[in-house]
Write a protein that binds this ligand. Structure first.
Ligand code: EPS
Length: 364
């Protein structure tokens, strides 16, 4: 059995939900740790005023008893506080009473760069809102909650995962990030950026070369590209490797199977090699601009200006947290496949026995 995650929820609907299957029984889940990550995701300059409204506290509706997993599906729920303003507009059932609040009139001017146009065409939506609500990065909240649970599982075998911002709007330090964000806000524009996630403590052997879908680098790339607005992923030195010679590119193996360099980003042949796993994701500038781009009305075919809706100037700091969760999730999934375990103690014992077999110790 593997770890699986399915999520649902519209940005301004009643709630976001996630169902996680395949967790071993006996894993202690800390509510404060989940809420801490949810808070980190909301923070950062450049976020929409929406982030002050949402509290993003996780509710657990199944799979946990007294803070410990039961080995049954874990169901997580995060309510959208903003739904109170969209009760009529986003009512799951035919709304009753007079139209009131937000979301009453259909959106027909798709934003270039958003899922609006392609989503409306694909699903036959006359109201672009029917596409944009689910395409919204609001759904990343529940992925972060699931990622926090994955981090708890990884913690049991000494693996830690941390995301950080590398660049925002081409700037590489915090002063520059703030300045660029404020400048873009003043211009009613948006920014993108680059984040990095590093996982320490992963043993060699997570993932496999057996087939495309088994390769950990392929899974990490898919997980990161699956985050809204991500347009590029690098593992280790990534694109720079293409410009190096083999003699400069590869990480030579020393006694104890140690390396002086980690240009492979901790993955060779789709398998962790015992070095830190290092991945980067590039985020495009957000497509909701307060100074809208040119678009075409879906209903009339007439040129117009794209939808302007409250949004973030940039959400790169949030991406660092979301990418951390995505990497943790994929590593936990690979670890669950490698070490099995209906009970957490089986999982931990299997990991220990494996390290023993390959003599993977600090003093190796
Ligand atoms: C988003 C647009 C904004 C963001 C939202 C993602 O939504 P709103 O118009 O409601 O302010 O705030 O992100 C979140 C709500 C969140 O929790 O991260 C989009 O179009 O992707």
């Amino acid at each position: 059995m593997s770890l699986e995650l399915v999520t649902a929820g519209e940005s301004h609907g009643p709630a976001l939900v996630a169902i996680v299957t395949g967790l071993p029984a006996g894993l202690r889940v800390d509510r404060a740790a989940i809420d801490h990550d949810l808070r980190r995701r909301r923070e950062g300059y450049g976020r929409s005023p929406r982030q002050k409204l949402e509290h993003d506290e996780v509710e657990v509706v199944a799979g946990l008893r007294h803070g410990v997993t039961l080995g049954t599906p874990l169901a997580l729920l995060i309510r959208n506080k903003d739904h109170a303003n969209w009760v009529w507009g986003m009512s799951p059932w035919p709304p009753e009473g007079e139209p009131a609040g937000k979301g009453m009139s259909p959106v027909t001017l798709p934003r270039p760069g958003h899922a609006d146009l392609a989503g409306a065409l694909k699903f036959g939506h006359a109201d672009v809102r029917n596409a944009l609500e689910r395409a919204s990065a609001r759904s990343t909240a529940v992925h972060v909650a699931a990622g926090a649970v994955a981090k708890a599982l990884l913690g049991e075998i000494g693996v830690s995962v941390a995301g950080r911002v590398v660049e925002i709007g081409g700037e590489v330090d915090e002063e520059g990030w703030k300045h660029a964000t404020e400048a873009a806000r003043g211009d009613r524009d948006t920014l993108g950026g680059i984040v990095e996630v590093v996982a320490n403590g992963a043993p060699p052997g997570l993932g496999s070369y057996a087939d495309k879908g088994d390769r950990l680098d392929a899974r990490l790339a898919a997980a990161l590209m699956g985050i809204q607005a991500v347009k590029g992923v690098e593992i280790g030195a990534g694109f720079a490797l293409a410009r190096m010679r083999g003699s400069e590119a590869h990480d030579e193996i020393e006694p104890g199977f140690r390396r002086q360099t980690n240009r492979a980003g901790g993955i060779e042949g789709g398998i962790t090699n015992g070095e830190p796993v290092v991945v980067r994701a590039a985020m495009k500038p957000l497509p909701t601009l307060m100074r809208p781009l040119r678009s075409v009305d879906l209903a009339s075919g007439d040129p117009g200006e794209a939808l302007v809706e409250r949004s973030d100037v940039q959400a790169v700091e949030a991406l660092a947290v979301v990418a951390e969760a995505a990497v943790a999730w994929e590593l936990a999934r690979a670890a669950r496949e490698k070490f099995g375990g209906d009970a957490l103690s089986d999982f931990v014992a299997s990991h220990a026995a494996y390290l023993e077999r390959i003599s993977w110790h600090e003093d190796r």
